[in-house]
Design a protein around this ligand. Structure first.
Ligand code: NAD
Ligand code: DAU
Length: 343
């Protein structure tokens, strides 16, 4: 592969993917990152990569002229760029509609024109939420008690509905125009370079800053955590071995409720397990996500390597502890915005 475009490659998961490909796949001669560098993008995330191998184009995926110019000479596009935070989408949905829907449309039109392979990175949130395990007859292991590629689309927030819309566009372009596309829907990622507005890094950097962590509502909401390196390896598998037109769900059997995760962070950072505040809940807060990853495991032979959440979390805490200059300049702005919202 001579030239791989990674949109959103200066954000959390995109930059981890760029590191993964640069390190493990020398057959990719060049990676072009297309990123607008919104508040969530940071060129520092790519700073240690060789410039002859990885180049950053600062631009908008909604800019058709730019997108066409870049896609014309690409072998494949892996599309991570998005507005990604649910809480922001509840305060102002407009950039979510623009980037997540119009931006995806702009990219798939260019890939259609130049016959370029397209992989769309999406989220498990397009399926809405599930009941808690304790309220299910099969305790979460029965048929239909986790998300599968056949689950019904039922998004809850402006963010997840914009991602669902983008998935549907990709499906339609694949079927009607023969776009060489695949889609993946992954669960909650954790690891280095995640913006400090998100749950895990927010709590770690709160503790490092002497601020009490903040838990929304009851803390019973369950997320299915996966290390971002496992996500990267799964996306690579789908890009290179996945069947065109198919959707793959990515998850690592990492279900935990928010209270458990917060108590583990407090414990690993030497704090009492009740040293946090309960704050205003997120409106429309999804209760539980859980992925059935049988298809990618059986068809593509992918499996997660980070199977011990506590160890992965410890590495993540170490990363934020040793990279204070990466997050510190943003901290007060992020907390000020949350405080204004009662969170
Ligand atoms: P992020 O917010 O950390 O990064 C998004 C990146 O996209 C940033 O670098 C930003 O500058 C860039 N961007 C935003 N708008 C753009 C535009 N108009 N043009 C070009 N670049 C633009 O997000 P993330 O958490 O890394 O998520 C990446 C992708 O993975 C998203 O599509 C998200 O829906 C999906 N996803 C995320 C998770 C998760 O747990 N974070 C799980 C599953 C799927
Ligand atoms: O499931 C995949 C999705 O995971 C991705 O599509 C999104 O891009 C990503 O942001 C993430 O969405 P969530 O809304 O699940 O992640 P967030 O980190 O915002 O919150 C995780 C959980 O923690 C959620 O139940 C809300 C709760 N929370 C969050 C924050 C920021 C708190 O209790 N306190 C907080 O301070």
């Amino acid at each position: 592969m001579d030239n791989l475009i990674v949109t959103g490659g200066a954000g959390f998961i995109g930059s981890n993917f760029v590191h993964y490909v640069a390190e493990h796949h020398p057959e990719v001669k060049h990676i072009t990152v297309l990123d607008k560098l919104t508040y969530a993008g940071n060129k520092e995330n790519l700073a240690d990569l060789p410039t002859d191998k990885v180049s950053l184009v600062v631009g908008d995926i909604c800019d058709a002229l730019l997108v066409n110019k870049l896609v014309a000479t690409a072998d494949a596009v892996v599309h991570y760029a998005a507005e990604s935070h649910n809480d922001n989408s509840l305060l102002d949905p407009s950039p979510f509609i623009q980037t997540n829907i119009v931006g995806t449309y702009t990219l798939i039109e260019a890939c259609r024109k130049y016959h370029v392979r397209f992989h769309h990175v999406s989220t498990d949130e397009v399926y809405g939420d599930l009941p808690l395990r304790e309220d299910l007859p099969g305790k979460g292991e029965g048929k239909g008690e986790k998300f599968t590629p056949e689950s019904r689309y039922n998004p809850s927030s402006p963010y997840s509905s914009s991602k669902a819309s983008s998935d549907l566009l990709v499906r339609a372009w694949s079927r009607s125009f023969g776009l060489k596309a695949t889609i993946s829907n992954c669960s909650n990622n954790y690891g280095p370079y995640q913006h400090i507005e998100k749950f895990i890094p927010r709590q770690i950097t709160n503790i490092l800053s002497g601020i009490r962590p903040k838990l929304y509502g009851s803390g019973k909401n369950v997320r299915d955590w996966i290390h971002t390196d496992d996500h990267s390896r799964a996306v690579w598998k789908i890009l290179t071995e996945g069947k065109i037109g198919e959707t793959y769900l990515i998850g690592a059997d990492g279900e935990k409720n928010n209270k458990e995760v917060l108590e583990l962070i407090l414990n690993l950072m030497g704090q009492p397990s009740d040293a946090y505040d309960r704050v205003r809940d997120r409106p429309g807060h999804d209760l539980r996500y859980a992925i059935d990853a049988t298809k990618i495991r059986e068809e593509l032979g992918w499996q997660p390597q980070f199977t011990d959440f506590k160890t992965g979390l410890k590495h993540t805490i170490d990363w934020y502890t040793t990279h204070e200059s990466w997050w510190k300049p943003e901290k007060s702005k992020v907390e000020h915005k949350y405080a204004k919202n009662g969170q």
